[in-house]
Design a protein around this ligand. Structure first.
Ligand code: GAR
Length: 223
């Protein structure tokens, strides 16, 4: 399977993908920001990089056309939004229907959009987490491939919660890409995720909150 990764900044999810030892040919990492730190990390790992700077285009259509042209040079089977912070036009999303996925830092459909950790704390939820989903024109609204939950702990700040969630993002994004590469999940014609042969996989449904708590306790005992 050939894949292209889109980033906007730090690139830790991209790094988790590149480190995971997947049977995936990562053809290129593309950033909409020239200064994205993830570009250097990809280059160090020998992965081709490209920049399509959104500021160089007068409107979303122009940017999305240029982005699609760069993506299509690599003829990917899968396009992975890994911390890509631009809203994409419907035309772009439809062009890659069924082969465009995103990692989002919340348990969708709760908290689509930005500032998810701050909003989760304000809402007083006891569970928070992350989701990997197929991208549809509704922002953060597409069919969900896999989710991981973590506990919200007393004294959490948006930063402590974000780091607990990010550790789980780094697990579920490679997991989802691996499933897709192996043909174990795909987007069905009815717009729902079809999964095959996942019944024996303990991570198939939901990565458990208890695991998130164990991670938190390990973090606490590390300090
Ligand atoms: C991640 O937490 C990702 O879920 C989020 O941005 C961060 C990027 O970190 N994405 C979104 O909010 C998309 N709406 P990274 O660059 O270190 O992977």
């Amino acid at each position: 399977m050939r894949a292209v990764i889109l980033i906007s900044g730090r690139g830790s999810n991209m790094q988790a993908l590149l480190r995971a030892g997947l049977t995936v040919d990562f053809r290129c990492v593309i950033s909409n920001r020239p200064q994205a730190a993830g570009l250097a990390i990809a280059a160090q790992r020998g992965v081709a990089t490209a920049v399509v700077d959104h500021e160089a285009y007068p409107d979303r259509d122009g940017f999305d056309s240029a982005l699609a042209a760069e993506i299509d040079r690599h003829a990917p089977d899968l396009v992975i939004l890994a911390g890509f912070m631009r809203v994409l036009t419907d035309a772009f999303v439809q062009r890659y229907a069924g082969r465009l996925i995103n990692v989002h830092p919340a348990l969708l459909p709760a908290f689509p959009g930005l500032r998810t950790h701050e909003r989760a704390l304000q809402a007083g939820v006891r569970l928070h987490g992350c989701s990997v989903h197929y991208v549809t024109p509704e922002v953060d609204g597409g069919p969900i491939l896999v989710q991981a939950a973590v506990p919200v702990l007393a004294g959490d700040t948006p930063e402590t919660l974000a780091s607990r969630v990010l550790r789980q993002e780094h697990r579920i994004l490679p997991l989802a890409v691996d499933w897709i590469a192996r043909g174990r999940v795909y987007l069905g014609a009815d717009g729902r995720v079809v999964s095959r042969d996942l019944s024996g996989d303990p991570e198939a449904a939901l990565i458990s909150p208890a695991d998130g708590l164990a991670v938190s306790q390990a973090e606490a005992s590390d300090t």
